[in-house]
Design a protein around this ligand. Structure first.
Ligand SMILES: NC(=O)c1ccc[n+]([C@@H]2O[C@H](COP(=O)([O-])OP(=O)(O)OC[C@H]3O[C@@H](n4cnc5c(N)ncnc54)[C@H](O)[C@@H]3O)[C@@H](O)[C@H]2O)c1
Length: 363
């Protein structure tokens, strides 16, 4: 028998429903690996779980250990839950953990597919009779989330403080995310890239973005393009989503648009994402799009589909596309069979859906 190839995965469930959905994703991945024993290409996962997050912050004053990035560096991938809890300011928790990992490992491409599932009702009437399937590619290293700026002049007294938050756009940053988007478009049935900005109002960074988009597009004459302002693009998501294939946008715009996309598909709990360092100099990180959902945390109500879909993206990244496809089919079988959590109109618990997903692997 061939010895299994073991992938080393760092699990960071972090906060709230992050813990529930990472446990679900791990169970499904382990079932997939167990099933590969005896196959021509067996594989296994060796997990190490890190306790970082808001509880860790309350105990230690740190969201993650100071040497955290060095410890994560050795892994093949990072499987992340969600960060944030009402006891810690959101900007402290997000910057202290998730953004620190994304920036520290130059995970500059954030891929967020908008995928419609059988058995899940979309608020879009169009979804009933139209094939809808697009992917948001988010610039994940600079833009509005570059973390540049400051607060000052508090000495002026109450009401006198000022804050500056600067968006950073570099040609290098724009060009690499656009080439990524065009290359992705070439792998899809519809070869089209829609670029999103607000360059009519933001005349420096976003005009640079538009210029780079035009320059890069010239290298991909076989790919259709369009440039759409973000306000018009949000309307397009709702009214003409069938015209979308790859949507490339800045850190903030793509963050918002991908939440809109997942809501249109039926729930924030369904959406998967990959934070990629495409050069593979550092580990990439896979996480559901949603946050820690304190309103439903710890009650078995969390939809694990977004986290399991993120596990499928991780399998693609690890060079196991057939297993990724199998996982996606299991998700479709499960939702089509009506095993759904409350957010998508069902009554099943996180655990029920996880069990159904494991069973559906061999359906
Ligand atoms: N990537 C991340 O780690 C990330 C992303 C967004 C928000 N956050 C953090 O999460 C916390 C809560 O933020 P929020 O309320 O704006 O966003 P959220 O995504 O946590 O929740 C928004 C809504 O979606 C629902 N929801 C989210 N995930 C779900 C799931 N798996 N199943 C069913 N329903 C689900 C929630 O119940 C809530 O009603 C904040 O601390 C925020 O900073 C973290």
């Amino acid at each position: 028998m061939t010895a299994p190839h073991t992938f080393r995965i760092a699990a960071i469930p972090a906060d709230g429903v992050g813990k529930e959905v990472v446990a679900a994703g791990r169970a499904v991945l382990d079932a997939l690996a167990a099933d590969s024993a005896g196959s021509p290409r067996p594989f296994a996962f060796s997990w190490e779980e890190f306790p970082w997050g808001c509880e860790y912050y309350e105990r230690t004053g740190r969201m993650m250990d100071d040497d955290g990035l060095d410890r994560l560096r050795e892994f093949d991938a990072i499987y992340f839950g969600a960060v944030g809890w009402p006891t810690v300011p959101d900007h402290v928790s997000l910057w202290g953990l998730r953004l620190r990992i994304c920036q520290g490992f130059d995970q500059w491409a954030n891929v967020r597919p908008v995928h419609f599932l059988p058995g899940v009702t979309s608020p879009l009437r169009k979804a009933d009779d139209t094939d809808l399937d697009w992917v948001v590619v988010r610039e994940n290293s600079e833009g509005e989330y570059a973390g540049l700026g400051g607060r000052n002049l508090a000495g002026r007294g109450p009401g006198g403080e000022v804050a500056v938050q600067t968006a950073l756009f570099t040609e290098v940053g724009c060009e690499r995310i656009m080439r990524f988007a065009f290359d992705l478009a070439r792998t899809r049935a519809r070869r089209k890239v829609s670029s999103v900005t607000k360059s009519n109002a933001q005349q420096y960074g976003m005009v640079l973005w538009d210029d780079v988009f035009r320059r890069v597009a010239a290298d991909y004459p076989d790919v259709e393009t369009e440039s759409v302002l973000v306000d018009a693009m949000s309307a397009k998501f709702v009214l003409r989503p069938e015209e979308l294939s790859v949507v490339v946008a800045s850190n903030l715009h793509a963050d918002i648009l991908s939440d809109l996309g997942s809501a249109l598909a039926g729930s924030l709990g369904l959406a998967a994402s990959a934070n990629l360092n495409p050069e593979r100099r550092h580990p990439s990180m896979f996480e559901p799009v949603h946050g820690s959902a304190p309103d439903i945390a710890g009650r078995g109500l969390a939809n694990p589909v977004g986290a399991v879909g993120s596990a499928a993206l991780m399998l693609d990244h690890l060079g196991l596309p057939d297993q990724a496809a199998r996982l996606r089919r299991a998700i479709e079988t499960t939702t089509a069979a009506g095993v759904r959590t409350r957010d998508v109109g069902g009554t099943a618990s996180t655990e029920d859906v996880t069990k159904a997903l494991v069973e559906a692997l061999n359906a």
